[in-house]
Design a protein around this ligand. Structure first.
Ligand SMILES: Cc1cc2nc3c(=O)[nH]c(=O)nc-3n(C[C@H](O)[C@H](O)[C@H](O)COP(=O)(O)O)c2cc1C
Length: 171
């Protein structure tokens, strides 16, 4: 997979009603377990919400976010929750956000490899989502993603050229 999934993945914000098979869902979730984390702390939990009522409530709680409607449309919602204490920190760098990002990327790439869509939704009021998903207070809800069959695949978003971002030997 690797490079194909990396290059073909898009943030999908329109989904078909079609179900995600249990096998595909488990494959996506299992890929997450292999994500790298600071000192292998694995301070993560994933809430899997399929219930349409729950998804509708989350969609409403994050209203205004470009991904809000997709949460109601796609048959599965995944919420990546991190325990900052368990994830640890070093030299003033808390690692839970980094670890959550890697975990989410594993989920998104595994989904893309199966022809499924995702979109990392990071901009929302955690305290509105927390009671809906029953996430305990010590966990940060870092990201949400719908998981489903894309109704529309967006085009490739612009990317910086290597020459603009890579500094060989020294900056
Ligand atoms: C940390 C993070 C937070 C994001 N938050 C949101 C969000 O709240 N809502 C949304 O619709 N997209 C969100 N995105 C998706 C980005 O807008 C998207 O990845 C970017 O425009 C590049 O497009 P692509 O993913 O199709 O390559 C987020 C992405 C990342 C990595």
């Amino acid at each position: 997979m690797a490079v194909d999934a990396i290059k073909l993945r898009r943030s999908v914000r329109k989904y078909e009603e079609k179900e995600v098979t249990d096998g595909d869902l488990e494959q996506v979730l299992d890929a997450a377990r292999y994500a790298a984390s600071w000192a292998n702390k694995q301070g993560w939990h994933i809430v899997v919400a399929k219930n349409a009522g729950t998804r509708a409530k989350v969609s409403e709680a994050i209203e205004g976010n470009p991904g809000a409607r997709a949460v109601g449309q796609a048959p599965v919602l995944l919420a990546v929750c991190m325990d900052p204490e368990a994830s640890g920190d070093m030299n003033g760098k808390p690692y839970y956000m980094t670890d959550a990002g890697i975990l989410m990327d594993h989920l998104m790439l595994a989904a893309a490899d199966l022809g499924l869509g995702t979109v990392f939704i990071g901009a929302f009021d955690e305290e509105k989502v927390r009671p809906i998903l029953g996430v305990p207070g010590k966990f940060r809800i870092v990201g949400l993603t719908p998981l489903g069959h894309p109704a529309k695949m967006p085009g490739e978003r612009p990317r910086n050229e290597l020459g603009d971002i890579v500094h060989r030997e020294t900056w």
